[in-house]
Design a protein around this ligand. Structure first.
Ligand SMILES: C[S@@+](CC[C@H](N)C(=O)[O-])C[C@H]1O[C@@H](n2cnc3c(N)ncnc32)[C@H](O)[C@@H]1O
Length: 258
């Protein structure tokens, strides 16, 4: 979409979009200058790039993507084997995903595990699908926390407390309204209005201290936490016509410290 250097190269996502009559990619290409669209694609690409970097550093061989949607991490480099990836989402979303991959002529061989985080998150469903809980697991939880209540986010971290030592967690969250800059505030207000009308309101935002506390309560230590814009290299935004940083999304890498 934007000028080099690219944050993310995702050919599978492009093929999924191209297989559709009118895709989000068409919409983005038609309006690259629209501030809300530019901020949305920066967020989506930055969080994916961050997770990719963490997973490759960790040498992860059991990857669980929670709230997977159309996440393509199992298809990007360094490419894990399909039997090393579990995709968790609501049953209807997973069925839709399978259909889109099918229509695009793409194999999606990771294991699907249906779960609704509103009902809590039970690791036994993953174990039944072949995940070895005695070995470290890398959990990727991107673009999801904001759709849950703070209480559900805490419950999710509590469920992950039983993962083996050495497990890791990559996720993003929204900073509380008073911690946002103007760009972050404007983007959040614009998207929240549309998402709320569509029945998927943004419900959780927090400070870094709060999130660190939720994690620590459940045996997780923050290894790294950054603003999403920090994913880019120095001078990146000077080279961009449409992308600019905003203060809204924080990216976190935590390790199980038991
Ligand atoms: C914005 S998409 C993010 C998709 C992908 N992880 C990414 O980074 O682009 C949010 C995903 O979270 C899932 N999700 C939201 N609430 C959920 C819930 N209560 N239980 C399970 N999945 C949920 C949605 O179905 C959707 O696939």
């Amino acid at each position: 979409m934007d000028a080099e250097p690219h944050i993310l190269i995702d050919e599978v996502a492009e093929r999924l979009c191209r297989a559709q009559g009118h895709s989000p990619l068409d919409y983005q290409l038609a309006h690259p200058e629209a501030a809300v669209l530019a901020a949305a694609r920066l967020s989506a690409c930055a969080r994916s790039r961050y997770a990719e970097a963490v997973l490759s550093k960790m040498g992860a061989d059991q990857i669980v993507v929670v709230g997977a949607g159309l996440d393509t991490i199992g298809h990007r480099r360094p490419q894990p084997r399909p039997d090393q990836v579990w995709l968790v989402d609501r049953a209807g979303v997973l069925a839709w995903r399978a259909q889109l991959f099918d229509e695009a002529g793409l194999a999606d061989e990771a294991r699907y595990v249906s779960a609704d985080l509103e009902d809590g998150f039970d690791l036994r469903g993953l174990e039944a699908a072949g995940l070895e809980l005695s070995r470290p697991v890398s959990v990727v939880w991107l673009g999801v926390s904001m759709y849950l209540t703070p209480d559900l986010c805490r419950r999710f971290f509590a469920e992950l407390a039983d993962l083996a030592e050495g497990s890791s967690l990559v996720f993003d969250y929204h900073v509380a309204p008073e911690l946002r800059d103007d760009a972050g505030r404007e983007f959040a207000d614009a998207v929240a209005a549309v998402a709320g009308r569509g029945g998927e309101p943004w419900r959780c935002s927090a400070s870094s201290e709060l999130v660190t506390g939720w994690l620590a309560d459940n045996g997780w230590r923050v290894e790294d936490e950054i603003d999403e814009a920090m994913v880019t290299s120095a001078g990146f935004f000077d080279q961009q016509e449409f992308l600019s940083p905003m203060r809204l999304v924080r990216l976190v890498h935590a390790r199980n410290q038991r």
